[in-house]
Design a protein around this ligand. Sequence first.
Ligand code: NAD
Ligand code: DAU
Length: 336
Amino acid sequence: MHILVTGGAGFIGSNFIFYLADHHPDWQITCLDKLTYAGNLETLDSVRNKAGFDFVRGDIADRDFVNDLFSQGHFDMVVNFAAESHVDRSIEDPSIFLKTNVLGTQVLMDACRRTGIRRFHQVGTDEVYGDLPLDRPDLFFTETTPLTASSPYSASKASADLLVMAYHRTYGLPVTISRCSNNYGPWQFPEKLIPLMIINALSDKALPVYGTGQNVRDWLYVEDHCKAIDLILTDGQDGEVYNIGGHNEKANLEVVKTILRQLNKSESLITFVGDRKGHDLRYAIDPAKISRELGWLPDTRFEDGIRRTIDWYMENRSWWEHIVSGNYRQYYEKMY
Ligand code: NAD
Ligand code: DAU
């Protein structure tokens, strides 16, 4: 089995590569990553010298480059994690989101069509379903919830999903899509809520909470997401969409207070700042289909996952200190 993992130097992609290396040691893995601000080759240090692992730097939206890569070796499966992933950056400038997330997906699928593939898996997001009201805890996103994206990021991901399904129907490309809720865990770029709050709390800096802090996200430990994708690759049906989530909804303020409590820091660090434009109120995934059809269930309780994540950021300071002292500082100063 030769698998191409795009975006493997980012947060979830790298965790997925580690998962594959543990669970399918006989698979050959090629990681394709552009190494944008969010990609970090250091993250892959533990696998880079392993037999059966290759890293290639390149852009999924560069058709000549991708065609060249596909003509050099045959891939049995492609898992597409590569994306611009941060909602706030998409609000500042949507262009690169359309190029990477939509065009990039098309370029990859065209290469798969040409060479033939056992499976193209698109890593999607629950944000394509828009949001749910805060006062209707009985409502959840299912795979048939209409796509109603709110941000340029989620619109680009929804567009990619539509294109993936169109390639299945029109060209018979064997595809699957997963739509997961918010992930957290090791190696997450510090612009995202949980690592940002851990790092700021560790440095006794203000913790910027958007709006009232009542917006709800449905948190899943990254390894549980990786396990679900692995199951979809092996047992999922072509042309199907699978929602992934662990019924773990929390208001942002609750998450931030949990982090402060675990670190023994004062809640006075919390600072309410202006709200995100178009801020989605609540995400909540119904994972019944993947549980019923593929037997997937999450293994990690939030209390354990957040403790493990906090410990990881405390033990891996050099990884994030490089990031927060580099170009990211300019972004941070502009945002907050
Ligand atoms: P990330 O921003 O941490 O990593 C993205 C990776 O893609 C980086 O390594 C980056 O260098 C690479 N990349 C970006 N543009 C590229 C291009 N044009 N060509 C090749 N590589 C490129 O993102 P993440 O949080 O790991 O998310 C991975 C995927 O999972 C994304 O598709 C995202 O939409 C989806 N997703 C994320 C979450 C979440 O909570 N983080 C939840 C559900 C789905
Ligand atoms: O739901 C899946 C999505 O989760 C993925 O598709 C995205 O790639 C990923 O970035 C994530 O999107 P969110 O916008 O939900 O994640 P983020 O960490 O940016 O924000 C989580 C919540 O915290 C959101 O309600 C905004 C809020 N927030 C975020 C930041 C960065 C704050 O209050 N303060 C902050 O500084």
